[in-house]
Write a protein that binds this ligand. Structure first.
Ligand code: SF4
Length: 443
């Protein structure tokens, strides 16, 4: 179980020396309990306290990295069951499956599609993560050829789906240095699979019929030197898969079964369920999801839902403050002020583009708060606007001195005029009305 602040406090030296950067040992204990500082930040902990606190404050779900290079990704390190309790840290890797029964051209077309597919949403690039290569032939040479076909097209993270150690090694011989996820060790062949994981320095998925058996196998594999494990919870029933995934997360975060404190692997094929059903649940608790090539609609739904689930609810997505251009604005173009909450920015930008009016957008730093909230919280102020106009050189870009502010910032209009000397036009509250507003109000 994670220690509470007072339990942690009892283990501290209680010098109140401030060397950790906190005013008192009690403050340090409270921050350690909430994961904001680390035990190493206190130089006076004795070895026993360091060990207890290290075990207690370490993420209960181990971090595992898949792949190398730019597209590699980390999974695990989750500390809560539900996102609203804090946040989820690492979004699941979505791996598109190919088979060693496919011809090389088919494999390479799928790989190129995964490599190149890009969905941009609220300023962020959303992508599928990699390729899962299935051994369906059972032949080492066919598996190696399929891995080679993938490697020829892209440096994407890979999962090697082959339970025969000889077949697995044939694939690893081609791409082992690129840290693919080896899938999967079972009770029958775990020694050979662990030896491969150690030899090639790769993470290892493990599979067993029950959670108890999985926990036992996890212990055997770590004893055999394979420390970076992923738990395969795939079952023919989505309901069962989800139940297992929820139970594993519970075991892990309460630290009742440390042997289950690893990320979760789910192959969507055996459930035979439609994509939509999978979208509803597995994204929350699965860390590696293997799917066959899916339709554009399902792919978009996967990526958007994943982005929503794995956005930190305590940190609004922000745009860098500055001056942004819509179209090719000249010196007579309107200047529209708004905040750096991404959704606000992209909504306004979209409507401005649709209006066909070339414009400047002046984005000020309200720490990602929306217009209404930042006005109420005092984050959007006349001095902030004055400083932003100067910092981003807006007077040099236009030959007028008129600033359009959002409708919800109307209470600040007089103060902004006084502070900046610019004439303020109060725009609409709803960005959807900006085209009509500009047509009427902008010469
Ligand atoms: S460094 Fe250690 S002893 Fe000093 S205040 Fe921080 S927690 Fe207390």
């Amino acid at each position: 179980m994670a220690l509470k602040a007072l339990d942690i406090y009892k283990l501290l030296p209680k010098k109140n020396c401030k060397e950790c950067g906190e005013p008192t040992c009690l403050t340090f204990a409270m921050k350690l309990a909430s994961g904001k500082v680390k035990p190493e930040d206190c130089p006076y902990l004795d070895e026993k306290a360091r060990e207890i606190l290290g075990a207690s404050t370490r993420p209960p779900v181990q971090r595992v990295k898949v792949g190398v290079g730019e597209r590699s990704f980390a999974i695990g390190e989750e500390i809560v069951q539900f996102r609203h309790e804090k946040t989820f840290f690492h979004e699941p890797g979505i791996m598109t499956a190919v088979s060693d029964r496919m011809d090389a051209d088919t494999i390479q077309a799928i790989v190129a599609d995964v490599r190149d597919h890009l969905l941009v949403r609220i300023g962020l690039d959303l992508r599928l993560n990699g390729i899962a290569i299935r051994s369906e032939s059972g032949a080492p040479a066919a598996f190696a050829a399929a891995v080679e076909a993938v490697e020829a097209v892209a440096d994407l993270p890979e999962v090697l789906l082959a339970e025969d150690p000889a077949v697995q090694e044939a694939g690893l011989a081609v791409c082992g240095n690129y840290r693919p996820l080896i899938h999967a060790a079972t009770r029958d062949q775990y020694r050979e699979m662990c030896a491969l994981a150690v030899k090639y320095g790769c993470p290892l998925a493990i599979r067993a019929p029950t959670l108890d058996a999985l926990a036992d196998l996890s212990g055997l594999c770590t004893a055999a030197g394979a420390g970076h494990l992923v738990l395969d919870l795939t079952s023919p029933s989505l309901h069962e898969t989800l139940n297992s995934a929820v139970a594993v997360r519970q075991h892990a975060i309460t630290r009742t079964t440390p042997a289950l404190g690893y990320p979760v692997f789910i192959d969507t094929r055996p459930s035979g369920l439609p994509d939509a059903a999978l979208i509803c649940g597995v994204l929350k608790f699965g860390s590696i999801l293997v799917t066959d090539a899916i339709s554009d609609e399902s792919r978009k739904a996967f990526l958007v839902l994943r982005q929503n689930i794995y956005t930190d609810p305590q940190k609004p997505i922000q745009i860098t403050p500055g001056i942004y251009r819509v179209g090719s604005p000249g010196p007579d173009a309107p200047v529209l002020l708004t905040v750096n909450f991404s959704l606000t920015y992209f909504t306004l930008q979209g409507y401005l583009e649709a209006s066909g009016v070339d414009s400047f957008m002046l984005i000020v730093d309200t720490e990602g708060l929306s217009v209404l909230t930042s006005v109420a919280a005092g984050k959007l102020s006349e001095t902030l606007v004055r400083d932003a106009l100067k910092e981003f050189g807006v007077p040099d870009l236009v030959d007028h001195r008129k600033l359009i502010i959002p409708g919800y910032a109307a209470p600040l209009s007089g103060k902004i005029e006084d502070e900046t000397g610019w004439k303020v036009l109060v725009g609409p509250r709803d960005a959807a009305d900006i085209a009509e507003f500009l047509e009427k109000e902008w010469p």
